[in-house]
Design a protein. Structure first.
Ligand code: FE2
Length: 368
């Protein structure tokens, strides 16, 4: 159904992912977890002490990756409704754009649904323009452009510095959404039409299937390939796919994982494991076949095996990656740690081993 659109590419003039905001039940404790487990540092805060009485936000950063954890301070309202339905999760993948007003009207003209009309947000450090549009599930994209703001994070936030021990994470590499059966093409077309993204790679159920279950995925990317959004939907299988498990527990479509880029996956994963992060495990046989499959790599195979890191090679180079177990009680959100050595892919060669590992966990949860 996706007719090529003749409108100009990059209608929103996206500069980068400005931040990712999570709505959580207890932002203070979530910030403590992500700081101590993943090595983020807190640098900004919004709450009672800054004059915000409705919600509290803790802002964490590591190099260019910035995460906000926000909790409601009272009853009712959209945050409590979100938490009631989904539990803790990603609410906002916020973009910095050249001009929030222009981006917002271009998005609406192209079929986006409005969440927040463009408005000024100001404090003593200056002003930003802010608007927001709806994407899959209860997820939104804020569109933020800077006017003259020079404060610690965004208007309304005060500085609050609690350093974490850096684990080498640098930036958000990609963010994956899980959508309902039959909706993948709809959302891929939406990203193409509304944001001017292009289809970067498509994986079908032959690429991503195990004995029991399957999924399909389309990766959408902006012009510069700085922003990459794979979109997954479940495919027919003998048993329940991991995407269906996610949809059941999240209560709708939503963000499945954030991939964080590191320049040294061995150092990062060693650090994260020491901090108590649990990763999906692949069988040792994966490593017996590794060199045959990917050829020579710079890293020590012993270290790769010891840390349970996955490796995949394509025509451009190779990548090293690893996936955490779900970060919350619900089997919904997880993180990926990725290092790229030339490859711009997503680890297609690891899908089978990985999904078998996910299914072992799903079976333990009684959800396969
Ligand atoms: Fe990923």
């Amino acid at each position: 159904m996706s007719e090529e659109i003749s409108l100009s590419q990059d209608p929103l003039q996206l500069k980068r992912i400005h931040h990712v905001e999570f709505w959580v039940g207890n932002a203070k404790q979530a910030a403590f977890f992500y700081r101590n487990a993943f090595g983020f540092s807190q640098f900004a805060y919004q709450g009672l002490e800054t004059g915000e009485r409705n919600h509290t936000s803790h802002v964490l950063g590591q190099k260019k990756a910035r995460l906000i954890f926000t909790s409601p301070m009272g009853r009712g309202g959209p945050m409590n409704e979100y938490l009631d339905r989904h539990g803790d999760g990603v609410r906002d993948i916020a973009f910095e754009v050249a001009d929030a007003d222009a981006a917002y009207s271009a998005a609406l003209e192209r079929g986006a649904e409005s969440v927040t009309e463009p408005h000024d947000r100001s404090d003593e450090h200056g002003t930003v323009r802010w608007a927001a549009i709806q994407t899959y599930g209860d997820t939104i994209h804020s569109l933020i452009s800077y006017k003259d703001y020079s404060g610690p994070f965004l208007p309304g936030f005060g500085a609050k510095e609690i350093p974490g021990e850096d684990t080498g994470l640098q930036i958000v590499d990609h963010i994956v959404g899980n959508v309902e059966l039959g909706k993948m093409n709809f959302w891929a077309d939406w990203y193409s039409k509304v944001l001017g993204f292009e289809r970067y790679i498509t994986f079908d159920d032959k690429d991503i299937s195990t004995e029991f279950s399957a999924l399909m995925s389309i990766v959408m990317s902006d012009d510069s390939q700085k922003v990459k959004f794979p979109i997954n939907e479940p495919a027919e299988g003998r048993k329940k796919s991991q995407i269906e498990e996610y949809l059941d527990f999240n209560g709708s479509a939503g963000v499945q994982h954030l991939a964080l880029l590191t320049g040294d996956v061995i150092k990062t994963v060693r650090h994260l494991r020491a901090n108590g992060i649990e990763f999906l495990e692949v069988p040792q046989s994966y490593y017996d076949e590794l060199t045959d499959r990917v050829g020579e790599i710079d890293e020590s195979i012993d270290a790769i095996r010891e840390l349970g890191i996955l490796v995949d090679r394509d025509e451009d180079g190779y990548l090293l990656q690893l996936f955490t177990k779900p970060l919350e009680d619900r089997p919904t959100l997880f993180f990926e740690i990725i290092q790229r050595k030339g490859s711009r892919g997503f680890g297609k060669g690891n899908f089978k081993a990985l999904f078998e590992s996910i299914e072992r966990e799903q079976a333990l949860r009684g959800n396969l």
